[in-house]
Design a protein around this ligand. Sequence first.
Ligand code: KIV
Ligand code: ZN
Length: 512
Amino acid sequence: MSEYVKIFDTTLRDGEQSPGASMNREEKLRLAHKLAQLGVDIMEVGFPAASPGDFEAVKLIAQQVQGPVICGLARTRSADIHRAWEAVQYAQNPRIHVFVASSDIHLQYKLRISREQMLEQVKSGVSLARSLCADVQFSAEDASRTDPDFLCQVVELALKHGATTINIPDTVGYAMPQEFYKLIKYIRQQVPQVAQATISVHCHDDLGLAVANSLAGVQAGARQAEVCMNGIGERAGNASLEEIVMAIATRGKELGLVTGINRAEIVPTSRLVTMITGLPVQPNKAIVGANAFAHESGIHVDGVLKQPLTYEIMTPAEVGLTTNWLVLGKHSGRAGLKSRLMEMGYEFGEEDFERLFTAFKVLADKKKEVFNEDLEALIADEILRIPSRWRLEYLNIVSGTVTVPTATVKISDNGQVMQDFGSGVGPVDAVYNTIVKITGSQARLLRFGIASVTGGLDAQGEVTVRLGQDELEVLGKGSDPDILVAAAKAYLNGLNRLEYLKANPRPVPNGD
Ligand code: KIV
Ligand code: ZN
């Protein structure tokens, strides 16, 4: 009989700590609904004390998303814990996640407190959280670099004061699988009462070992794995949800483990994360990369055609990769679009669907064949990347070998339309100079990239920009068959994200 491993998704908290990946409240809510469809057991959706925006997002998700446990992060401070409870209390199943660092390095240099003071914080933080909420998770930050005997003392104390889940993070991605396995075993041996709680593992990918360490942790008896979709997260990221889930699904018999994830939702959820955050997935990424199921070599193709098991250890359909790439055209109607979207795993309300249908018709007029990737680019532009302030209304560019490139741009600023024109060394420069003139933005363009959404000369261009202002950095994305329009959309998407981030500073939970 296989044992159940709970999947604790932290895409909306640790994942959001990926540079540039900040999400606004509505974007987080949309993703939270998708994570519920995916079947995660717990979702950590923010750090309510970090900013009013984070608080509101956690509260909204707690009020609206049914099914999984909804978790909010807090330091051991009383104000943090009350704020977390204020936000998660509306959930069907709320959880407060309290954390404090336990390694000497963190205690000495970051928190500047003694081990005794740290233990005091564990006691007060966990008991306060438990007095508010029946489900309390405690994390010993930097556990993998903590003196194991002190860590056991910390775990024992957290359990005594009411923690129901004990999380052992490899915060800086330093552990090795064998070592991490032994650490979990050691805790189970030294603190037998940990059996009353769930042991959790939370591994970062600085050495590319996050998934291996998490699997070692569950083999040693942890029954919760903390993960992010596409492996996004602070620095090199967190353990990837899809890799852990598929490792358990594919090698479950040997591991004696099972998860409750609805695997056919993996690829649609991965795409949604990419579309909302703007963080691309590398083509060779396991499970969700564009090449994950693409066989190039003749020998492999031959083998797969004769018997898929020769080179495929799992099927694309199992993870929700649709093989139906039939195109839509300008004669396709609402029903055709709706059923294609359903096949791709998207369902929208009437208002969103109508907006999408209008945009689809405009695109289909310009482009003979509309592919699934085109639809995803439209969904991202029209529905998912919700502008908090500026929206492109109109763009006209004059450029060529003998003219100074000039742009006329109309932008709506919270509904009020403003227009101006400007020039530049090239058309993109002209567009961006004009946008800066209209918006008064102080942002610096750090990076500009363009890719085509599909093949073909009439393909849509997808522009990604990285913008920076002071210490803030964001990614902006936009797509359109006209690459200059895509460039303008991407820049405005970046400015909207910066605007949101200025009002809601990105939570940095690892600070003291
Ligand atoms: O990496 C880490 O230690 C964390 C904690 C807040 C659990 O993200
Ligand atoms: Zn983390």
